[in-house]
Design a protein around this ligand. Structure first.
Ligand SMILES: [Zn+2]
Length: 278
């Protein structure tokens, strides 16, 4: 039995995006925005101060925890559906029942940690972006007060863009990481690369749709598409990617012959050929 729900719920990403933005806004309000800000460097200092407040730390952790918990339950639901009637049904139920004590539970904590860290570093990233802007504009002879005002105006857009990138990239990465951790526990080495099938799928991922891949030997989609290599990674593991892995639970779940990423290439294999290499 193959469930259709392996794709991450968009709601998790949009919730995460909104929460990160709210966090920046709220803390920004605590520190206070001075409309008469004279020095652009004061803007940078405030941003860094924002990052060092205890409340920012606290909310960063809470925000990360919420997204990972949502992803955890969302994907558990899909596994439960996969277990229904499938040959590995009992095993899947068993793994789900005790997973918080094992490697899947560990992965949950790793992911919360990683995401909290990324949110915490966001004000510093914005501060270095602002620093670069100040240097460029100063070199062009602009007055400090003017640069400061421009920064205040740019800030909402700057932070919203950053929040959206973090939310999209990290929600997707966490989704893949949890599917992989549960697959590992079940001894499932292969997955089908799925794209979100909308107009925004990057060209190098389009040809990955439907390809069988191994979690421990990820492909380089760019290299396979004769584009500039940006490394090997699994579905959903690169910035702005909404692709996702669909674990191959049973060899009969897919049609044969099938496209397989094997030996650094995409080859067409029969069920028998695949059985020999799998
Ligand atoms: Zn993708």
């Amino acid at each position: 039995m193959k469930p259709e729900g392996w794709q991450a719920q968009r709601r998790i990403e949009t919730d995460y995006d909104r929460a990160i933005r709210r966090l920046i806004q709220r803390t920004w309000q605590i520190i206070g925005i001075d409309p008469d800000l004279l020095s652009p460097w004061d803007f940078v200092r405030r941003l860094e101060r924002l990052a060092n407040t205890g409340s920012f730390d606290h909310f960063a952790l809470a925000t990360a925890k919420r997204m990972i918990t949502q992803t955890f339950f969302d994907t558990a639901q899909t596994w439960r559906e996969a277990a229904r009637g499938g040959s590995k049904g009992r095993l899947i139920y068993e793994v789900l029942r005790q997973e918080m004590q094992g490697p899947v539970g560990n992965m949950v904590y790793v992911l919360i940690d990683r995401n909290a860290g990324i949110i915490r570093s966001m004000p510093f990233d914005l501060a270095s972006q602002a620093t670069l802007y100040i240097q460029e504009q100063t070199a062009e002879g602009k007055r400090p007060e003017q640069i400061a005002q421009e920064l205040l105006q740019k800030f909402p857009h700057m932070s919203a863009k950053k929040a959206a990138l973090i939310a999209r990239t990290e929600a997707s990465k966490s989704h893949t990481a949890l599917i992989q951790a549960r697959s590992d526990r079940l001894g499932l080495a292969w997955y089908v690369w799925r794209t979100s099938q909308d107009g925004r799928v990057r060209s190098s991922h389009k040809h990955m749709e439907g390809v069988l891949c191994r979690f421990d030997t990820p492909p380089s989609p760019e290299l396979l598409a004769d584009e500039k290599n940006v490394g090997s990674y699994n579905a959903g593991e690169i910035y702005n990617c909404r692709c996702y892995p669909e674990p191959l639970i049973d060899i009969t779940d897919i049609s044969w012959p099938h496209k397989v990423h094997y030996g650094g290439q995409i080859v067409r294999m029969s069920k028998e050929q695949f059985r020999k290499v799998a």
